[in-house]
Design a binder for this molecule. Structure first.
Ligand code: ATP
Length: 360
């Protein structure tokens, strides 16, 4: 198990900025994910850790070894690429053995280690198959075995599930997590899929435009997003703008429309958001935090009528897009015990004050 530190790492491609000033410490044995939309700099950061790119400035340190300009084959990292990059004309065995052959390991050892790697990914008995005789999911597992067989200190995975269909993605996601837990290997994972990142990671680094936005555990990032970008990229958020009207003790009252004032908690704010009377703020409200209210409780705080625009029945949930004083509000109710409404029906809604999170 090894620690990976990026110290103020920046990568410029001529005039194009790849990533700027990434400063993180990935703990030994951690499952750490770079998450963000296309072009945010995830792959560039991963490639610098692998050694395919050298940073323009900053340092990369594995354990206590500065590897900033060490070539890839001397870093002892195992990498799985999005397209797997397998050799189609070689067998499964030959593909997996490749790294050991390059390292000139004796034949007996090669046989043993390839066999073990194939077992790890549940492909024992597939050694003689050609790559083009395998399904996408099996090819993915060969790529994983090839990365693991060299017993790397660090496993680097660049969108390894994106070529798989939804069901296989979920299965393989569990498989990768199991392998990582069993081997305890420090793993860095790149994805643009927030659900995948949340499900698999110990910690996530959210990036946008080459800049790190937030680093934290999945629940920290989900429950306490640092800004609008993170709040809307991770899960879904209703983002409503408002003006602080008054503050009473630990409660803050924010006008979000001419006829609606919502009450939240003063300390439920992003670190850079300071609530004072008259200040503008953004309220982040998760759809699953919205509750259905009884119509007789409409006088209560944070309770109001919403008009259904779209109702979506998914089996587990009923998802609504509604209109509240010309503001869109998404709500998600558990199907059980809920009476599904149709377009133009009205629904009484309640937003618990502790589920409003204030952003700058
Ligand atoms: P994707 O999910 O689409 O792979 P990403 O988040 O991995 O995106 P990067 O590939 O790291 O993003 O790209 C970050 C920025 O750096 C982008 O603006 C991209 O155009 C630029 N970039 C990446 N590689 C190069 C390169 N070799 N030459 C020039 N610009 C590059």
């Amino acid at each position: 198990m090894i620690e990976v530190a990026l110290e103020h790492v920046t990568k410029q491609f001529g005039k194009v900025s790849g990533v700027q000033d990434v400063h993180i410490r990935i703990k030994p044995g951690e499952f750490f994910t770079f998450l963000g939309p296309s072009g945010c700099g995830k792959t560039t950061t991963l490639r610098m850790i692998a050694g395919f790119y050298y940073p323009t400035s900053g340092r990369i340190v594995f354990g206590n070894q500065d590897v900033t300009t060490v070539p890839p084959h001397k870093r002892n990292t195992g990498m799985v690429f999005q397209n797997y990059a397998l050799f189609p004309h070689l067998t499964v065995f030959e593909n997996v053995a490749f790294g050991l052959q390059v390292r000139k390991r004796p034949k007996d050892e090669r046989l043993q280690r390839v066999e073990r790697a194939l077992q790890q990914v549940h492909l024992q008995g597939y050694g003689n198959r050609r790559i083009d005789q395998l399904s996408g999911g099996q090819q993915q597992r060969v790529a994983l075995a090839r990365a693991l067989v060299i017993e790397p200190n660090i496993l680097l995975l660049d969108e390894p599930l994106s070529n798989l269909d939804a069901k296989l993605r979920e299965e393989t996601r569990l498989e990768i997590k199991r392998l990582q837990l069993e081997s305890g290997i420090t793993t860095i994972y790149v994805t643009h899929d927030q659900a995948e990142a949340m499900a698999m990671s110990d910690r996530i680094m959210v990036m946008q435009g080459g800049v790190v936005q937030q680093v934290g555990k999945p629940e920290e990032i989900y429950n306490r997003p640092i800004n609008r970008f993170v709040a809307s990229f991770i899960g879904e958020s209703n983002l409503w703008n408002g003006t602080v009207e008054r503050i009473e003790g630990d409660q803050v009252y924010v006008r979000v429309s001419p006829d609606l004032v919502l009450c939240g908690l003063v300390n439920h704010t992003a670190p850079n958001c300071h609530l004072t009377v008259g200040a503008q703020t953004t309220l982040s409200i998760r759809p699953e935090a919205v509750r259905e209210a009884q119509s007789e409780s409409l006088q209560a705080e944070n309770t109001f009528l919403a008009k259904v625009v779209i109702a979506e029945f998914t089996g587990v949930n009923v998802n609504y897009l509604t209109d509240v004083s010309n503001k869109p509000l998404k709500a998600m109710f558990v199907n059980q015990g809920h009476q599904v409404r149709q377009r133009d029906d009205t629904l009484a809604m309640h937003i618990p004050m502790e589920s409003i999170y204030f952003l700058e």
